[in-house]
Design a protein around this ligand. Structure first.
Ligand SMILES: NC(=O)c1ccc[n+]([C@@H]2O[C@H](COP(=O)([O-])OP(=O)(O)OC[C@H]3O[C@@H](n4cnc5c(N)ncnc54)[C@H](OP(=O)(O)O)[C@@H]3O)[C@@H](O)[C@H]2O)c1
Length: 224
């Protein structure tokens, strides 16, 4: 029997040729205000948001809900104003001067023994969970035991690849942006490091919305 875990929804925007940004060390330059609004709306439905450390280092911040109506509707449902933010970092190399540490968020870190040593005795993260590898099945089961049932994945592609490897994804929101980026040699792909054996998951299209420039696609993920 599979270990119980929260419901997992990935929310990402990619170029038509499947890239997340022009360069791995940079945030994407192609995101519209309409996509930002979409991201915030989907994120507001989650109890926790998980982000890869490379994404955090590229952005300097994590997602913070700003729309008072979204915050209000969370609070009416008994949720805190902002989702819990969980950063995945093997190395623990997250500069303390990043604006992320000044955002009004509750921050947790999922890391390795080496990564956790960097944070010993330092503030920044309310909780640090340590495992020698990704250990997603156990971490997600523990999250569920802590009452967290609904989780958003904010990327990037290596984070998403690790979750797919663990068959830990239930829904996928992809914004298709009208840009081509694979001409850049270091453009990160929307999924990386996933090695599939056997049949791929089945994707059922739940919604397809046309924005003024982008397509907003919503899929259910079913594992064989
Ligand atoms: N368009 C979009 O919607 C979107 C969304 C997100 C990101 N992006 C872009 O995507 C790029 C970054 O994506 P990416 O695929 O390179 O990286 P990523 O998925 O953001 O980060 C992967 C992280 O996983 C961490 N990791 C590895 N093993 C781990 C373990 N055992 N436990 C915990 N954490 C572990 C690594 O941390 P360490 O490196 O610290 O060891 C690594 O940084 C950036 O350019 C960003 O701007 C775009």
């Amino acid at each position: 029997m599979k270990a119980p875990r929260p419901h997992l929804v990935a929310i990402l925007a990619q170029s038509l040729d499947g890239k997340l940004a022009a360069h791995r060390g940079q945030r994407p330059h192609f995101l519209s205000s309409e996509d930002q609004r979409h991201l915030e709306t989907q994120a507001a439905r989650q109890q926790a948001l998980i982000m890869g450390a490379a994404t955090l280092r590229a952005y300097g911040t994590s997602l913070r809900l700003r729309d008072p109506e979204l915050i209000q509707s969370r609070m009416a449902r008994g949720l805190p104003p902002q989702p819990l933010t969980i950063i995945c970092s093997s190395s623990g190399e997250i500069p303390e001067e990043l604006p992320f540490f000044r955002q009004p968020l509750t921050r947790w870190l999922w890391t390795t023994p080496a990564g956790s040593r960097r944070w010993q005795g330092r503030p920044g993260f309310a909780e640090i969970w340590v495992a020698s590898d990704w250990d997603l099945t156990a971490r997600l089961a523990r999250l569920r035991q802590r009452g967290i049932d609904q989780v958003g994945l904010l990327g990037g592609g290596r984070l998403l690849g690790a979750f797919l490897q663990a068959q830990a994804l239930d829904e996928l929101w992809v914004t298709l942006a009208p840009v081509l980026l694979s001409g850049y040699p270091a453009a990160p792909a929307s999924i990386e490091g996933w090695q599939l054996q056997g049949s791929p998951p089945r994707l059922e299209l739940l919604e397809c919305r046309r924005g003024s420039q982008e397509l907003f696609l919503h899929y259910r993920v079913e594992w064989p």
